[in-house]
Design a protein around this ligand. Structure first.
Ligand code: ARG
Length: 480
């Protein structure tokens, strides 16, 4: 199995050798009279990007060599020497000693050429019946599987940070907003757990995409399938897939697994951006609901008092990059005739960038949440304006007087208007006589009951804000 680091940058790599000559020849030079012109070479070059696939490529090639041996296309000695050569290449790349060569276009041809230079002619047998078309599609599926694990791990970390914040703020009451207007009392914990739920669906979406793509393109060849007596299902299982893809043309043409991965990350980025935005608002001077830690905020070069939420702001901006990648891959694929076309080479930059950006964003947000200190008093004080307890008066009229909700809404609206005229900061401050001018049925007891604490405690149906409910949710999530 390739390890799941998903990049070739963990060890220092030597610089890629650039061609001195203006013109180069590819591995496919037999049919060509001339070498490749410089700009054509440059536009074809993908090594700088796809070198990240080296582990998947070697893993796939070792399995392929083994299958060629099992189906008697290669003898045991040839297969062994290919495997050993590929293992040596893996070490060379990991140790930063691999002679990357741009004139060989991509990682696949770099590895194959190096194999032949290490083990001699047997290296030239590896690509028998294989095409870079089925090879790269396989590499990408393997990469996506490992990348998903990494993203999943970072989602879990962020969820743990949110859960911990929630545990410490179960009864920290604050206004919940709709339209960014004070709406109803909620708790800081309940707000945090909303993101926990979104992240859970994000993770399930990613895992679901892996499940749908546990089929191997390898052995599909260029597009028409293999003419060799290989067992594609056996080969697929060797690579950890469930089975081989059923249609060889689909196997080399399909990139919906990449689109799906990038789309799933874009949805995740949307959630991260909303969380970032809430943090930015909460930390803003007028709100002052939370303080960011010094470790996760930045200062101004001019204004000494500033403590800026740059990390959260950049998480918000990263979503834009992920949407850009999604649009790129959709547009690259949308009008391509079957089967493979070189346009598809652009899938990698989009996929790798989405992965890199999302990992950064997840890490930055986890750190921000860990360092964030909600201000209990400010959260509570914010309930003293905007009448977030108004719904409870309407509920009282409905429940105690059996009034139809629309009438209750109308009466409560008038009470709110009157409370504003009287400059009350809460409905219970309105003198009973004034309230009864609007509805003679309203009692002092009803007005007295309109505290935000009671409003919160009353919302105790499944999924609601009442601290008893939130405590249950936390318990459930901790036991998951
Ligand atoms: N570097 C290529 C890619 O990523 C590999 C496949 C090339 N196939 C071809 N028929 N030229 O798409």
């Amino acid at each position: 199995m390739p390890n799941d680091k998903n990049n070739a940058r963990n060890k220092k790599q030597p610089d890629i050798k650039t061609q001195n000559t203006k013109k180069t020849k590819g591995m496919w030079s037999g049919r060509f009279d001339t070498s490749t012109e410089e700009a054509t070479r440059a536009i074809n070059l993908s090594l700088t990007i796809d070198r990240r696939l080296y582990q998947e490529d070697i893993f796939g090639s070792i399995a392929y060599a083994e299958e060629l041996k099992n189906s008697q296309v290669l003898n045991a000695k040839q297969a062994k020497s290919i495997t050993e050569g590929l293992q040596q290449i893996q070490d060379e790349i990991q140790n930063g000693q691999f002679p990357f060569d741009e004139s060989l276009e991509d990682i696949h041809m770099n590895i194959e050429a190096r194999l032949t230079s290490i083990i001699g002619q047997d290296g030239e047998r590896l690509h028998t019946g294989r095409s870079r078309n089925d090879q790269v599609a396989t590499d990408m599926r393997l990469w996506m599987r490992a990348a998903t694990k990494n993203v999943e791990k970072e989602i879990t970390n962020l969820q743990s940070s949110l859960l911990l914040k929630a545990e410490n703020t179960i009864d920290w009451i604050m206004p919940g907003f709709t339209h960014l207007q004070s709406a109803q009392p909620i708790t800081f914990a309940h707000h945090c757990l909303a993101y926990h739920e979104m992240l859970q669906r994000d993770r399930e979406r990613l895992l679901d995409a892996v499940k749908r793509n546990e089929q191997s393109p390898l052995g599909a060849g260029a597009l028409a399938g293999s003419a060799l007596p290989i067992d594609r299902n056996r080969l697929a299982k060797k690579l950890g897939f469930i089975k081989a893809m059923e249609n060889s043309i689909d196997a080399v043409s399909a990139r919906d697994f990449i689109i799906e991965f990038i789309a799933n990350l874009a949805i995740l980025a949307t959630h991260l951006s909303r969380l970032a935005e809430d943090i930015i608002l909460w930390a803003s001077t007028p709100f002052n609901f939370v303080k960011l830690s010094h470790e996760t905020s930045t200062g101004s070069s001019l204004m000494p008092q500033k403590q800026n939420p740059d990390g959260a702001e950049l998480v918000r901006a990263k979503a834009a990059k992920l949407y850009g990648n999604l649009i790129t891959i959709l547009c690259v694929m949308k009008a391509l005739p079957l089967a493979y076309a070189k346009d598809m080479q652009e899938d990698k930059a989009a996929m790798f960038d989405s992965f890199d950006q999302i990992i950064l964003a997840l890490n930055a947000l986890s750190a921000t949440i860990n360092g964030l200190k909600p201000n209990r008093k400010k959260l509570r004080d914010a309930l003293n304006s905007g009448f977030p307890e108004a719904t409870d008066l309407a509920d009282w009229l409905v429940q105690k007087l059996n009034m139809p909700f629309r009438q209750a809404h109308e009466i409560t609206g008038k009470i709110v208007k009157q409370a504003e005229v009287c400059k009350c900061s809460a409905l219970k401050e309105l003198p009973l006589a004034q309230a009864q001018k609007i509805s003679p049925l309203i009692t002092q007891k009803a007005l007295d009951s309109l505290t935000v604490e009671q409003s919160l405690a009353r919302r105790n149906a499944l999924g609601a804000s009442a601290p008893v409910r939130v405590a249950e949710q936390i318990k459930r999530l901790k036991n998951n």
